[in-house]
Design a protein around this ligand. Structure first.
Ligand code: AP5
Length: 193
């Protein structure tokens, strides 16, 4: 099995690249942001509570997202592998993930960190905000808060997997196809596959 985490700040291209990689490697794509937006669209209690935090650019509680991941894993026992997008975002989430995957005897193989400078992130997200109306892309202060949350709570996740020898950094500025090739060559060069 190939289990990878696509990692990076808001707007770094995790979702864009995950959509390409899931086809090539036949992986189950799990985006906690998409799962939360589904809950919001369905008007569930969880969705309503999450929306208040997401609209401010803050993380939702660890136990909420870990529960969603657990349900996805339970419902997809035959998946050939996973591509995790936007999860884990705290060390607590990473520890919970390792425990869940440990029970399945199917650990994380790599964390691919997509590196993009802050100015580029803001431009991409403001542009998407204009085109899609996504609430947390609407203004610079919410985007800055998301980046702040990433720096304060999420960057430690990369260190957590670096200490396990699983961190791979990729330049995320450039055209989507070139970045995709960089990620594929990193994955293909990993000896286990
Ligand atoms: P989430 O949905 O995960 O949002 P995010 O991390 O802010 O990520 P984005 O979707 O904005 O960016 P991305 O890196 O996926 O880039 P994308 O490919 O979309 O989370 C939203 C919220 O949910 C969080 O703030 C939090 O509240 C909550 N949440 C989610 N997961 C959580 C968790 N685990 N724990 C706690 N809370 C959680 O691209 C962005 C834009 O750039 C697009 O318009 C795209 O077309 C464009 N683009 C992509 N690649 C390129 C390129 N190479 N060049 C130019 N433009 C590009």
């Amino acid at each position: 099995m190939l289990n990878i985490i696509l990692f990076g700040p808001p707007g770094s291209g995790k979702g864009t690249q995950a959509n390409l990689l899931k086809e090539k490697y036949q992986l189950l794509h799990i985006s906690t942001g998409d799962l939360l937006r589904e809950e919001i669209a369905n008007g569930t209690k969880l969705g309503l509570e999450a929306k208040t935090l997401m609209d401010k650019g803050e993380l939702v509680p660890d136990e909420v997202v870990v529960g969603m991941i657990q349900s996805k894993l339970d419902a997809n026992k035959k998946a050939k592998g996973l591509i995790l997008d936007g999860f884990p975002r705290t060390v607590k989430q990473a520890e919970a993930l390792d425990q869940l995957l440990g029970e399945l005897n199917s650990p994380i193989n790599a964390l691919v960190s997509i590196v993009v400078d802050e100015e580029e992130l803001k431009q991409r997200l403001l542009l998407r905000g204009k085109e899609s109306g996504r609430p947390d892309d609407q203004n610079e202060s919410i985007i800055e808060n998301r980046i702040k949350e990433y720096k304060n709570k999420t960057t430690a996740v990369a260190t957590y997997y670096e200490n396990k020898g699983k961190l791979h950094e990729i330049n995320g500025v450039g055209d989507v196809e070139t970045i995709n090739k960089l990620i594929c060559s990193t994955l293909d060069s990993m000896s286990k596959f």
